[in-house]
Design a protein around this ligand. Structure first.
Ligand SMILES: Cc1cc2nc3c(=O)[nH]c(=O)nc-3n(C[C@H](O)[C@H](O)[C@H](O)COP(=O)(O)O)c2cc1C
Length: 159
């Protein structure tokens, strides 16, 4: 039920964008590509999610820069990534950066994303990911940190 913004960067195969969209669909969060984040006021949101693919063991630079440019002091955030291995360990370094900026990290999610950076001759790795199971896990995670879609109460009329 919290008002949520999801800032993401996804350029390799659109893997992280699929995860971000699934999370937004489940929670009613507003989606924002990292290169449009400068127009956003973190103060307008109760929770902010940051997601990206992983390049050489780190969150994409564009997302890290977008987060660094925001005032996150006292802000509740969550992080998510897609990568060839799907390892949740990649989220640790970025989570630390956000904590240093004064944010409270409410959760972390990771899943595999189709990767043609390695094994390109053999069709890459993690083909087909994120798949339905990954997206359903992403929705479940997002609901656990953000809450469900905002409900507009039905008007109460005369009996
Ligand atoms: C330049 C580059 C470096 C990568 N480095 C890693 C890595 O260190 N570890 C890993 O598991 N996956 C790595 N990957 C795979 C991507 O993290 C993975 O395919 C991710 O899902 C891409 O997300 P996107 O489609 O949202 O951009 C790399 C991909 C690229 C293009």
């Amino acid at each position: 039920m919290k008002k949520c913004l999801i800032v993401y960067d996804s350029y390799h195969h659109g893997n992280t964008r699929k995860v971000a969209e699934a999370m937004a669909q489940a929670t009613g969060a507003q989606l924002c590509p990292a290169d449009e984040a400068q127009g956003k006021n973190p103060g307008e949101y109760e929770i902010i999610g940051f997601g990206a693919g992983i390049a050489y063991g780190r969150f994409y630079e564009k997302l890290r820069k977008a987060a660094a440019a925001m005032d996150l002091k006292g802000k509740t955030v969550f992080v998510f990534s897609t990568s060839g291995t799907g390892s949740g360990k990649y989220n640790d370094g970025f989570s630390e950066e956000l904590k240093k900026a004064g944010a409270a990290v409410a959760g972390s999610f990771a899943c595999k994303g189709y990767d043609t950076m390695v094994m390109k001759m053999f069709g890459g790795v993690a083909k087909g990911h994120p798949d339905e199971n990954d997206l359903s896990a992403a929705k479940k995670f997002a609901l656990s940190v953000v809450g469900g879609r905002r409900q507009v109460a039905a008007p109460v009329g005369p009996a």
